[in-house]
Write a protein of this length. Structure first.
Length: 91
């Protein structure tokens, strides 16, 4: 959820990734998640193994008013399909 830093897609080709990010995230630009998933797909990772959900308006974390849009965890963990997907994958 909202990855930052130098995530190397080539190191994740054997790990299923479902990235969640808010387009309104003012802490970590959503392009980080978008770029990561695009790179994984360029490396021939199947769409079900490299997924992206972008929220137009992710919430602001409670107690962190300056982190607008940085709580994509809240809607992500409310996504029932996520738990089914997790059970279908292993490390």
């Amino acid at each position: 959820v909202a990855p930052a830093g130098s995530v190397q897609a080539s190191r994740l080709t054997k790990t299923a990734v479902w990235a969640f990010h808010g387009r309104n995230d003012e802490v970590v630009p959503y392009s980080y998640s978008e770029d990561l998933i695009n790179e994984l797909r360029e490396l021939k990772v199947p769409e079900d193994e490299a997924r992206l959900t972008l929220y137009e308006e992710a919430p602001t974390p409670p107690g962190w008013p300056d982190s607008v849009g940085h709580a994509s965890t809240i809607p992500a963990y409310s996504t029932e399909e996520l738990y089914i997907w997790l059970l279908q994958h292993s490390l």
